[in-house]
Write a protein that binds this ligand. Structure first.
Ligand SMILES: *[C@@H]1O[C@H](CO)[C@@H](O)[C@H](O)[C@H]1NC(C)=O
Ligand SMILES: *[C@@H]1O[C@H](CO)[C@@H](O)[C@H](O)[C@H]1NC(C)=O
Ligand SMILES: *[C@@H]1O[C@H](CO)[C@@H](O)[C@H](O)[C@H]1NC(C)=O
Length: 215
């Protein structure tokens, strides 16, 4: 039990660091379910390719699926039409963007997720003539902080010393209590002895009185 509490204390000192990982629209980590067209320097969709991450974006009328393990995601995309933003099969948002000037989609993000594998999917409604332009996906990975291992060791040592001190103190108190108990016992034994002796003495005097006189 003491050993496990030390382990728990050590674990408490191992913190995680959060790291944003950017995944470009061109990488195979992102799976496109339908037709796609790549906008890049060779085939620019407009003049602003320079503003895109890795100078590329992917236009698609199909679904986009992305698996990641982390605590947050941020999608950099533009969308015209109707689509569901889904995480792990659950609809997080139903988008319906009908005018080009409204394609602001910087609200497609979610933080505070459990640090487990997740599936993000952007699914256009059937027959909706939806077009998605994806530039990048960012996810926040939660990695164990190697630097804090020193902290964990120091914490563990401090906890260990505290535990040993505590055990020593407890042992000392137990010993003291035992000593006091034994002294009290000895004291009462002495008292008992005195009482018994006194009684015997008194009885002896009486016996003496009753002793038959020698004939
Ligand atoms: C990750 O990126 C998002 C969006 O740019 C930002 O809001 C967030 O603070 C970043 N998190 C970390 C740990 O850098
Ligand atoms: C940029 O895009 C190219 C393909 O066009 C790809 O090979 C490369 O890995 C991308 N770079 C990053 C940092 O994603
Ligand atoms: C999307 O919005 C338009 C008008 O803003 C509306 O006519 C249309 O029915 C909506 N579509 C869905 C699937 O909600």
């Amino acid at each position: 039990m003491h050993r496990s509490s030390i382990a728990l204390l050590c674990l408490g000192f191992v913190r995680a660091i959060l790291q944003n990982i950017t995944v470009d629209d061109t990488l195979p980590d992102i799976v496109y379910g339908g037709r796609k067209f790549q906008c890049n320097t060779a085939t620019p969709c407009d003049e602003s390719t320079d503003e895109l991450f890795n100078q590329s974006a992917t236009l698609t009328s199909g679904s986009i699926t992305f698996n990641f393990t982390g605590v947050a995601y941020y999608a950099s995309l533009e969308l015209l039409g109707v689509a569901d933003i889904m995480l792990d099969g659950e609809v997080l948002a139903a988008l319906n963007i009908t005018t080009l000037s409204d394609t602001r989609t910087d609200y497609i993000f979610k933080t505070g997720l459990n640090n487990i594998p997740h599936t993000l999917s952007i699914v256009p409604a059937a027959n909706s003539l939806t077009i998605i332009g994806l530039d990048q996906l960012i996810y926040t990975a939660s990695l164990p902080d190697k630097k804090s291992h020193v902290g964990a060791i120091v914490g563990g040592v401090i906890a260990g010393v505290a535990l040993i001190l505590g055990l020593l103190l407890a042992a000392l108190f137990a010993r003291r209590r035992k000593l006091i108990l034994r002294r009290n016992q000895r004291k009462s034994a002495v008292l008992r002895g005195i009482t018994v002796a006194r009684q015997n003495h008194a009885a002896g005097e009486e016996d003496a009185k009753e002793l038959p006189t020698s004939s």
